[in-house]
Design a protein around this ligand. Sequence first.
Ligand SMILES: Nc1nc2c(ncn2[C@@H]2O[C@H](COP(=O)(O)OP(=O)(O)OP(=O)(O)O)[C@@H](O)[C@H]2O)c(=O)[nH]1
Ligand SMILES: [Mg+2]
Length: 439
Amino acid sequence: MSTIFALSSGTLPSAIAIFRVSGPQSLPVLRQLSRRKVWTPKMMEYTRLYDSQHKIIDEAMAVYFPGPKTFTGEDTAEFFLHGSQAVATKFATCLSEFENVREARRGEFTRRAFHNGKMSLSAVRGLDRLIRSRTEKERRAAFGQMRGGVRAIEIRKKLKEILAKLFVIIDFGEHVELELKEAQRDVSEILHEIQRMIRAWDGAERAHRGLNIVLYGRPNSGKSSILNQLAHDDVAIVSPIPGTTRDSLVTEVQINGVRCRLTDTAGIRHHSSDIIEQEGIRRAKARLEAADIIVVVVDPESENQDFKSILSDVTEMKNAESKVIIVKNKTDLGLPYPDTPRGVQVVSTFATSSHGCDELRKSLEDIVEDLCPEANFLLDAQLLRRCSNELTCSVLCQDAAIMCSHIETALDQIGELTEGGIVTENVLDDIFSRFCIGK
Ligand SMILES: Nc1nc2c(ncn2[C@@H]2O[C@H](COP(=O)(O)OP(=O)(O)OP(=O)(O)O)[C@@H](O)[C@H]2O)c(=O)[nH]1
Ligand SMILES: [Mg+2]
Protein backbone atom coordinates (compact mmCIF):
# COMPACT_ATOMS: atom_id res chain seq x y z
CA MET A 1 0.00 0.00 0.00
CA SER A 2 1.46 3.34 -1.02
CA THR A 3 1.65 6.31 1.27
CA ILE A 4 -0.13 9.38 -0.04
CA PHE A 5 0.31 13.07 0.67
CA ALA A 6 -1.41 16.31 -0.26
CA LEU A 7 -1.65 19.95 0.60
CA SER A 8 -4.85 19.88 2.64
CA SER A 9 -5.19 23.60 3.33
CA GLY A 10 -6.51 26.15 0.84
CA THR A 11 -5.01 28.31 -1.87
CA LEU A 12 -1.50 29.69 -1.40
CA PRO A 13 -0.13 32.03 -0.22
CA SER A 14 -1.75 31.60 3.16
CA ALA A 15 -0.67 31.85 6.79
CA ILE A 16 -0.07 28.13 7.06
CA ALA A 17 0.22 25.30 4.52
CA ILE A 18 -0.97 22.01 5.95
CA PHE A 19 0.32 18.79 4.40
CA ARG A 20 -1.31 15.53 5.28
CA VAL A 21 0.49 12.22 4.84
CA SER A 22 -1.29 8.87 5.19
CA GLY A 23 -0.01 5.32 4.92
CA PRO A 24 2.68 3.02 6.34
CA GLN A 25 5.51 5.43 5.47
CA SER A 26 4.06 8.32 7.50
CA LEU A 27 6.31 7.88 10.55
CA PRO A 28 9.52 7.08 8.60
CA VAL A 29 8.91 10.17 6.43
CA LEU A 30 8.39 12.33 9.51
CA ARG A 31 11.52 10.93 11.17
CA GLN A 32 13.64 11.38 8.07
CA LEU A 33 12.50 14.93 7.28
CA SER A 34 12.85 16.11 10.90
CA ARG A 35 16.07 14.16 11.53
CA ARG A 36 14.44 13.01 14.75
CA LYS A 37 13.68 9.45 15.84
CA VAL A 38 11.22 9.93 18.66
CA TRP A 39 7.76 11.33 17.99
CA THR A 40 5.09 11.12 20.67
CA PRO A 41 1.76 10.15 19.08
CA LYS A 42 -0.85 12.92 18.82
CA MET A 43 1.54 15.53 20.16
CA MET A 44 2.10 18.55 17.97
CA GLU A 45 5.74 19.60 18.11
CA TYR A 46 8.00 22.22 16.66
CA THR A 47 10.62 20.90 14.26
CA ARG A 48 12.93 21.83 11.45
CA LEU A 49 12.49 19.97 8.19
CA TYR A 50 15.41 19.04 5.94
CA ASP A 51 15.72 17.82 2.37
CA SER A 52 17.85 14.85 1.26
CA GLN A 53 20.86 17.17 0.89
CA HIS A 54 20.53 18.13 4.61
CA LYS A 55 19.42 21.64 3.64
CA ILE A 56 16.61 23.19 5.63
CA ILE A 57 13.19 23.30 3.95
CA ASP A 58 11.28 25.16 6.65
CA GLU A 59 10.56 25.45 10.35
CA ALA A 60 7.25 23.77 11.04
CA MET A 61 4.90 22.13 13.50
CA ALA A 62 4.31 18.44 12.97
CA VAL A 63 2.25 15.67 14.49
CA TYR A 64 1.97 11.92 14.11
CA PHE A 65 -1.22 9.88 14.55
CA PRO A 66 -0.83 6.09 14.61
CA GLY A 67 -3.59 4.10 12.90
CA PRO A 68 -6.22 2.79 13.13
CA LYS A 69 -7.72 5.61 15.22
CA THR A 70 -7.23 8.18 12.48
CA PHE A 71 -9.41 9.70 9.79
CA THR A 72 -8.16 7.24 7.14
CA GLY A 73 -7.60 4.38 9.58
CA GLU A 74 -3.90 4.42 8.60
CA ASP A 75 -0.81 5.94 10.19
CA THR A 76 -0.95 9.64 9.48
CA ALA A 77 1.38 12.62 9.82
CA GLU A 78 0.54 16.29 9.43
CA PHE A 79 2.92 19.14 8.74
CA PHE A 80 2.12 22.79 9.30
CA LEU A 81 4.52 24.87 7.23
CA HIS A 82 4.75 28.50 6.19
CA GLY A 83 2.09 29.02 3.56
CA SER A 84 4.14 30.11 0.58
CA GLN A 85 4.05 28.55 -2.86
CA ALA A 86 7.84 28.02 -2.82
CA VAL A 87 7.80 26.22 0.55
CA ALA A 88 4.86 24.02 -0.49
CA THR A 89 6.44 23.10 -3.83
CA LYS A 90 9.78 22.27 -2.22
CA PHE A 91 8.14 20.19 0.49
CA ALA A 92 5.96 18.30 -2.01
CA THR A 93 9.08 17.53 -4.09
CA CYS A 94 10.88 16.19 -1.01
CA LEU A 95 7.93 13.96 -0.11
CA SER A 96 7.76 12.57 -3.65
CA GLU A 97 11.40 11.52 -3.38
CA PHE A 98 10.54 8.87 -0.78
CA GLU A 99 9.96 5.40 -2.07
CA ASN A 100 6.30 4.36 -2.19
CA VAL A 101 5.15 7.88 -1.39
CA ARG A 102 3.08 9.74 -3.95
CA GLU A 103 0.70 12.64 -4.28
CA ALA A 104 -2.92 11.79 -3.37
CA ARG A 105 -5.69 11.80 -5.94
CA ARG A 106 -8.96 13.64 -5.43
CA GLY A 107 -10.74 12.44 -2.30
CA GLU A 108 -8.22 9.65 -1.77
CA PHE A 109 -7.92 10.19 1.99
CA THR A 110 -11.69 9.85 2.34
CA ARG A 111 -11.69 6.86 -0.01
CA ARG A 112 -9.20 5.14 2.24
CA ALA A 113 -11.36 6.01 5.25
CA PHE A 114 -14.31 4.39 3.49
CA HIS A 115 -12.36 1.26 2.53
CA ASN A 116 -11.01 0.93 6.06
CA GLY A 117 -14.55 1.00 7.43
CA LYS A 118 -14.13 4.40 9.10
CA MET A 119 -17.04 5.95 7.22
CA SER A 120 -20.29 4.73 5.66
CA LEU A 121 -21.11 5.76 2.11
CA SER A 122 -23.82 8.02 3.46
CA ALA A 123 -21.26 9.78 5.65
CA VAL A 124 -18.90 10.15 2.69
CA ARG A 125 -21.64 11.77 0.65
CA GLY A 126 -22.46 14.03 3.60
CA LEU A 127 -18.85 15.06 3.86
CA ASP A 128 -18.78 15.86 0.15
CA ARG A 129 -21.86 18.02 0.68
CA LEU A 130 -20.37 19.70 3.75
CA ILE A 131 -17.21 20.73 1.93
CA ARG A 132 -19.21 22.14 -0.96
CA SER A 133 -21.89 23.78 1.21
CA ARG A 134 -22.33 27.48 0.57
CA THR A 135 -25.36 28.34 2.67
CA GLU A 136 -26.43 27.61 6.23
CA LYS A 137 -29.15 25.25 4.99
CA GLU A 138 -26.65 23.27 2.92
CA ARG A 139 -24.28 23.03 5.88
CA ARG A 140 -27.02 21.66 8.13
CA ALA A 141 -28.23 19.21 5.48
CA ALA A 142 -24.68 17.92 5.10
CA PHE A 143 -24.48 17.17 8.83
CA GLY A 144 -27.88 15.50 8.55
CA GLN A 145 -26.50 13.21 5.91
CA MET A 146 -23.43 12.41 7.94
CA ARG A 147 -25.70 11.44 10.83
CA GLY A 148 -28.12 9.55 8.59
CA GLY A 149 -26.16 6.33 8.92
CA VAL A 150 -26.75 6.32 12.67
CA ARG A 151 -30.51 6.67 12.22
CA ALA A 152 -30.49 3.84 9.68
CA ILE A 153 -28.84 1.59 12.24
CA GLU A 154 -31.63 2.39 14.73
CA ILE A 155 -34.33 1.69 12.14
CA ARG A 156 -32.63 -1.56 11.28
CA LYS A 157 -32.62 -2.59 14.92
CA LYS A 158 -36.35 -1.86 15.27
CA LEU A 159 -37.17 -3.84 12.13
CA LYS A 160 -35.15 -6.78 13.40
CA GLU A 161 -37.14 -6.72 16.63
CA ILE A 162 -40.41 -6.77 14.69
CA LEU A 163 -39.09 -9.61 12.57
CA ALA A 164 -38.20 -11.60 15.68
CA LYS A 165 -41.75 -11.07 17.02
CA LEU A 166 -43.20 -12.22 13.70
CA PHE A 167 -41.18 -15.43 13.79
CA VAL A 168 -42.63 -16.14 17.20
CA ILE A 169 -46.14 -15.50 15.82
CA ILE A 170 -45.48 -17.91 12.95
CA ASP A 171 -44.24 -20.64 15.28
CA PHE A 172 -46.36 -20.24 18.39
CA GLY A 173 -48.97 -17.54 17.64
CA GLU A 174 -52.21 -17.84 19.55
CA HIS A 175 -54.03 -14.63 18.69
CA VAL A 176 -52.41 -14.42 15.28
CA GLU A 177 -54.73 -11.73 13.87
CA LEU A 178 -54.25 -9.43 16.83
CA GLU A 179 -50.49 -9.88 16.96
CA LEU A 180 -50.20 -9.38 13.22
CA LYS A 181 -52.09 -6.09 13.52
CA GLU A 182 -49.70 -4.96 16.23
CA ALA A 183 -46.70 -5.77 14.02
CA GLN A 184 -48.31 -3.90 11.14
CA ARG A 185 -48.77 -0.86 13.37
CA ASP A 186 -45.09 -0.96 14.36
CA VAL A 187 -44.02 -1.25 10.72
CA SER A 188 -46.34 1.65 9.79
CA GLU A 189 -44.57 3.88 12.30
CA ILE A 190 -41.21 3.09 10.75
CA LEU A 191 -42.68 3.54 7.29
CA HIS A 192 -43.84 7.05 8.18
CA GLU A 193 -40.40 7.92 9.39
CA ILE A 194 -38.82 6.58 6.19
CA GLN A 195 -41.27 8.57 4.09
CA ARG A 196 -40.37 11.70 6.04
CA MET A 197 -36.72 10.94 5.31
CA ILE A 198 -37.45 10.57 1.59
CA ARG A 199 -39.13 14.00 1.60
CA ALA A 200 -36.20 15.41 3.54
CA TRP A 201 -33.78 13.96 1.01
CA ASP A 202 -35.71 15.43 -1.92
CA GLY A 203 -35.78 18.75 -0.06
CA ALA A 204 -32.05 18.64 0.61
CA GLU A 205 -31.41 17.88 -3.06
CA ARG A 206 -33.49 20.91 -3.99
CA ALA A 207 -31.68 23.07 -1.44
CA HIS A 208 -28.39 21.86 -2.81
CA ARG A 209 -29.15 22.73 -6.43
CA GLY A 210 -30.95 25.93 -5.41
CA LEU A 211 -34.54 26.88 -6.19
CA ASN A 212 -35.89 28.63 -9.26
CA ILE A 213 -38.40 31.38 -8.62
CA VAL A 214 -40.00 32.87 -11.72
CA LEU A 215 -41.97 36.11 -11.89
CA TYR A 216 -44.69 35.89 -14.51
CA GLY A 217 -47.45 38.27 -15.60
CA ARG A 218 -48.67 40.77 -18.15
CA PRO A 219 -46.53 43.78 -19.18
CA ASN A 220 -46.48 46.65 -16.69
CA SER A 221 -47.91 44.56 -13.83
CA GLY A 222 -44.81 45.31 -11.72
CA LYS A 223 -42.68 42.14 -12.04
CA SER A 224 -39.39 44.01 -12.31
CA SER A 225 -40.35 46.28 -9.40
CA ILE A 226 -41.02 43.20 -7.25
CA LEU A 227 -37.76 41.56 -8.33
CA ASN A 228 -35.87 44.69 -7.26
CA GLN A 229 -37.64 44.67 -3.90
CA LEU A 230 -36.83 41.02 -3.26
CA ALA A 231 -33.21 41.46 -4.36
CA HIS A 232 -32.85 44.74 -2.37
CA ASP A 233 -31.20 46.14 -5.46
CA ASP A 234 -32.00 47.91 -8.74
CA VAL A 235 -31.32 44.81 -10.79
CA ALA A 236 -34.02 45.27 -13.43
CA ILE A 237 -35.08 48.35 -15.38
CA VAL A 238 -38.49 49.58 -14.32
CA SER A 239 -40.51 51.92 -16.53
CA PRO A 240 -44.14 52.79 -17.28
CA ILE A 241 -43.66 51.55 -20.85
CA PRO A 242 -45.24 48.08 -21.23
CA GLY A 243 -42.68 45.61 -22.58
CA THR A 244 -39.67 47.12 -20.76
CA THR A 245 -38.24 43.73 -19.83
CA ARG A 246 -37.59 41.94 -23.09
CA ASP A 247 -35.43 39.01 -22.04
CA SER A 248 -35.34 36.90 -18.88
CA LEU A 249 -33.10 38.31 -16.18
CA VAL A 250 -31.76 36.22 -13.32
CA THR A 251 -30.49 37.36 -9.96
CA GLU A 252 -29.62 35.27 -6.91
CA VAL A 253 -31.15 35.77 -3.48
CA GLN A 254 -31.02 33.65 -0.35
CA ILE A 255 -34.31 32.68 1.24
CA ASN A 256 -34.15 30.69 4.48
CA GLY A 257 -30.57 29.78 3.71
CA VAL A 258 -31.47 28.37 0.29
CA ARG A 259 -29.95 29.88 -2.83
CA CYS A 260 -32.80 31.02 -5.06
CA ARG A 261 -32.44 32.08 -8.67
CA LEU A 262 -35.01 34.81 -9.07
CA THR A 263 -36.02 35.27 -12.70
CA ASP A 264 -37.73 38.35 -14.09
CA THR A 265 -39.43 37.67 -17.41
CA ALA A 266 -40.84 39.62 -20.32
CA GLY A 267 -44.47 40.64 -19.84
CA ILE A 268 -46.94 38.24 -21.47
CA ARG A 269 -49.09 39.74 -24.20
CA HIS A 270 -50.88 37.24 -26.37
CA HIS A 271 -51.14 39.28 -29.55
CA SER A 272 -47.75 40.78 -30.15
CA SER A 273 -46.42 41.43 -33.64
CA ASP A 274 -42.92 42.41 -32.45
CA ILE A 275 -40.64 39.41 -33.07
CA ILE A 276 -38.24 40.34 -30.25
CA GLU A 277 -41.15 40.59 -27.83
CA GLN A 278 -42.50 37.26 -29.11
CA GLU A 279 -39.14 35.63 -28.42
CA GLY A 280 -39.09 37.19 -24.94
CA ILE A 281 -42.54 35.76 -24.25
CA ARG A 282 -41.48 32.33 -25.52
CA ARG A 283 -38.49 32.41 -23.17
CA ALA A 284 -40.69 33.53 -20.27
CA LYS A 285 -43.01 30.55 -20.81
CA ALA A 286 -40.05 28.18 -21.06
CA ARG A 287 -38.87 29.40 -17.64
CA LEU A 288 -42.07 28.09 -16.08
CA GLU A 289 -41.06 24.49 -16.73
CA ALA A 290 -38.03 24.58 -14.45
CA ALA A 291 -39.63 26.82 -11.81
CA ASP A 292 -39.99 25.57 -8.25
CA ILE A 293 -42.04 28.63 -7.33
CA ILE A 294 -44.02 30.75 -9.78
CA VAL A 295 -44.99 34.25 -8.69
CA VAL A 296 -47.84 35.44 -10.90
CA VAL A 297 -48.05 39.21 -10.75
CA VAL A 298 -51.41 40.82 -11.48
CA ASP A 299 -52.41 44.49 -11.41
CA PRO A 300 -55.86 46.10 -11.47
CA GLU A 301 -55.50 47.11 -15.10
CA SER A 302 -55.35 43.45 -16.18
CA GLU A 303 -58.31 42.23 -18.20
CA ASN A 304 -60.09 39.21 -16.73
CA GLN A 305 -59.56 37.26 -19.93
CA ASP A 306 -55.81 38.04 -20.13
CA PHE A 307 -55.29 37.02 -16.51
CA LYS A 308 -57.11 33.73 -17.11
CA SER A 309 -54.90 32.99 -20.05
CA ILE A 310 -51.77 33.76 -17.98
CA LEU A 311 -52.97 31.36 -15.30
CA SER A 312 -53.63 28.68 -17.88
CA ASP A 313 -50.03 29.12 -19.20
CA VAL A 314 -48.85 28.46 -15.66
CA THR A 315 -51.02 25.39 -15.17
CA GLU A 316 -49.97 24.00 -18.52
CA MET A 317 -46.23 24.57 -18.20
CA LYS A 318 -45.47 24.13 -14.53
CA ASN A 319 -44.28 20.81 -13.17
CA ALA A 320 -46.43 18.96 -10.68
CA GLU A 321 -44.43 19.86 -7.59
CA SER A 322 -43.92 23.56 -8.21
CA LYS A 323 -45.83 26.06 -6.12
CA VAL A 324 -47.77 29.08 -7.30
CA ILE A 325 -48.37 32.34 -5.52
CA ILE A 326 -50.37 35.27 -6.87
CA VAL A 327 -49.24 38.81 -6.13
CA LYS A 328 -51.86 41.52 -6.46
CA ASN A 329 -49.66 44.50 -7.14
CA LYS A 330 -50.49 48.23 -7.24
CA THR A 331 -52.87 48.02 -4.27
CA ASP A 332 -52.36 51.78 -3.85
CA LEU A 333 -54.57 52.38 -6.91
CA GLY A 334 -57.56 51.12 -4.91
CA LEU A 335 -59.05 49.41 -7.99
CA PRO A 336 -60.62 45.96 -8.38
CA TYR A 337 -58.60 42.97 -9.58
CA PRO A 338 -59.55 40.12 -11.87
CA ASP A 339 -60.85 37.05 -10.05
CA THR A 340 -58.19 34.85 -8.51
CA PRO A 341 -58.71 31.07 -8.37
CA ARG A 342 -59.53 29.46 -5.03
CA GLY A 343 -56.88 27.58 -3.13
CA VAL A 344 -53.96 29.64 -4.45
CA GLN A 345 -52.07 31.81 -2.02
CA VAL A 346 -52.50 35.55 -2.65
CA VAL A 347 -50.36 38.42 -1.38
CA SER A 348 -51.00 42.13 -1.97
CA THR A 349 -48.18 44.56 -2.69
CA PHE A 350 -47.50 48.18 -3.56
CA ALA A 351 -44.12 47.44 -5.07
CA THR A 352 -42.93 50.99 -5.68
CA SER A 353 -43.11 51.64 -1.94
CA SER A 354 -42.10 48.14 -0.73
CA HIS A 355 -45.48 47.85 1.00
CA GLY A 356 -46.50 44.16 1.25
CA CYS A 357 -43.06 43.00 0.12
CA ASP A 358 -42.20 41.70 3.58
CA GLU A 359 -45.35 39.64 3.52
CA LEU A 360 -44.40 38.32 0.08
CA ARG A 361 -40.92 37.47 1.37
CA LYS A 362 -42.50 35.67 4.34
CA SER A 363 -44.77 33.66 2.04
CA LEU A 364 -41.76 32.70 -0.07
CA GLU A 365 -39.90 31.68 3.08
CA ASP A 366 -42.79 29.38 4.04
CA ILE A 367 -42.86 27.81 0.59
CA VAL A 368 -39.07 27.36 0.60
CA GLU A 369 -39.32 25.69 4.02
CA ASP A 370 -42.01 23.42 2.68
CA LEU A 371 -39.96 22.49 -0.40
CA CYS A 372 -36.69 22.12 1.53
CA PRO A 373 -37.61 21.02 5.06
CA GLU A 374 -34.96 20.93 7.74
CA ALA A 375 -33.52 17.44 7.98
CA ASN A 376 -31.66 15.98 10.91
CA PHE A 377 -31.08 12.68 9.17
CA LEU A 378 -30.52 12.28 5.48
CA LEU A 379 -30.20 9.00 3.68
CA ASP A 380 -30.03 8.03 0.03
CA ALA A 381 -33.61 8.34 -1.26
CA GLN A 382 -33.36 5.60 -3.87
CA LEU A 383 -32.62 2.94 -1.28
CA LEU A 384 -35.16 4.43 1.10
CA ARG A 385 -37.82 4.30 -1.64
CA ARG A 386 -37.16 0.61 -2.21
CA CYS A 387 -37.28 0.05 1.51
CA SER A 388 -40.54 2.01 1.76
CA ASN A 389 -42.13 -0.10 -1.04
CA GLU A 390 -41.25 -3.29 0.79
CA LEU A 391 -42.60 -2.03 4.09
CA THR A 392 -45.79 -0.80 2.40
CA CYS A 393 -46.32 -4.33 1.02
CA SER A 394 -45.60 -5.81 4.43
CA VAL A 395 -48.19 -3.60 6.11
CA LEU A 396 -50.80 -4.61 3.57
CA CYS A 397 -50.33 -8.35 3.74
CA GLN A 398 -52.31 -10.62 6.03
CA ASP A 399 -49.83 -13.43 6.22
CA ALA A 400 -47.03 -13.34 8.79
CA ALA A 401 -44.59 -15.32 6.63
CA ILE A 402 -45.03 -13.04 3.59
CA MET A 403 -44.78 -10.02 5.87
CA CYS A 404 -41.44 -11.38 7.14
CA SER A 405 -40.08 -11.78 3.64
CA HIS A 406 -40.91 -8.12 2.78
CA ILE A 407 -39.29 -6.92 6.00
CA GLU A 408 -36.20 -8.98 5.25
CA THR A 409 -35.86 -7.36 1.81
CA ALA A 410 -36.35 -3.94 3.43
CA LEU A 411 -33.58 -4.83 5.89
CA ASP A 412 -31.26 -5.58 2.98
CA GLN A 413 -31.85 -2.05 1.66
CA ILE A 414 -31.17 -0.56 5.08
CA GLY A 415 -28.03 -2.70 5.24
CA GLU A 416 -26.78 -0.98 2.11
CA LEU A 417 -27.40 2.37 3.78
CA THR A 418 -25.52 1.49 6.93
CA GLU A 419 -22.69 -0.58 5.57
CA GLY A 420 -22.37 0.82 2.09
CA GLY A 421 -23.58 -2.50 0.63
CA ILE A 422 -22.14 -3.53 -2.69
CA VAL A 423 -20.79 -0.33 -4.13
CA THR A 424 -19.03 -0.57 -7.45
CA GLU A 425 -15.69 1.16 -8.00
CA ASN A 426 -17.40 3.27 -10.70
CA VAL A 427 -19.82 4.68 -8.17
CA LEU A 428 -16.92 5.41 -5.83
CA ASP A 429 -14.93 7.04 -8.66
CA ASP A 430 -17.88 9.28 -9.35
CA ILE A 431 -18.29 10.29 -5.70
CA PHE A 432 -14.61 10.88 -4.98
CA SER A 433 -13.90 12.71 -8.22
CA ARG A 434 -15.92 15.60 -6.80
CA PHE A 435 -13.72 15.83 -3.72
CA CYS A 436 -10.77 18.15 -3.65
CA ILE A 437 -7.19 16.89 -3.48
CA GLY A 438 -6.13 16.67 0.15
CA LYS A 439 -9.55 15.52 1.41
N1 LIG B 1 -48.83 52.79 -8.58
C1 LIG B 1 -48.01 51.77 -8.63
N2 LIG B 1 -47.15 51.67 -9.63
C2 LIG B 1 -46.33 50.60 -9.67
C3 LIG B 1 -46.35 49.60 -8.68
N3 LIG B 1 -45.43 48.66 -8.99
C4 LIG B 1 -44.85 49.06 -10.14
N4 LIG B 1 -45.38 50.22 -10.55
C5 LIG B 1 -45.07 50.97 -11.75
O1 LIG B 1 -45.57 50.25 -12.86
C6 LIG B 1 -44.71 50.40 -13.98
C7 LIG B 1 -44.28 49.06 -14.51
O2 LIG B 1 -43.47 48.43 -13.53
P1 LIG B 1 -42.43 47.28 -13.91
O3 LIG B 1 -41.89 46.78 -12.65
O4 LIG B 1 -41.48 47.76 -14.93
O5 LIG B 1 -43.43 46.25 -14.56
P2 LIG B 1 -43.10 44.91 -15.35
O6 LIG B 1 -44.15 43.94 -15.00
O7 LIG B 1 -41.71 44.50 -15.11
O8 LIG B 1 -43.29 45.35 -16.83
P3 LIG B 1 -42.64 44.73 -18.17
O9 LIG B 1 -41.18 44.68 -17.99
O10 LIG B 1 -43.09 45.66 -19.19
O11 LIG B 1 -43.26 43.39 -18.36
C8 LIG B 1 -43.57 51.28 -13.52
O12 LIG B 1 -43.85 52.60 -13.87
C9 LIG B 1 -43.59 51.13 -12.00
O13 LIG B 1 -43.08 52.26 -11.32
C10 LIG B 1 -47.28 49.77 -7.61
O14 LIG B 1 -47.37 48.93 -6.69
N5 LIG B 1 -48.07 50.85 -7.64
MG1 LIG C 1 -40.15 44.27 -16.35
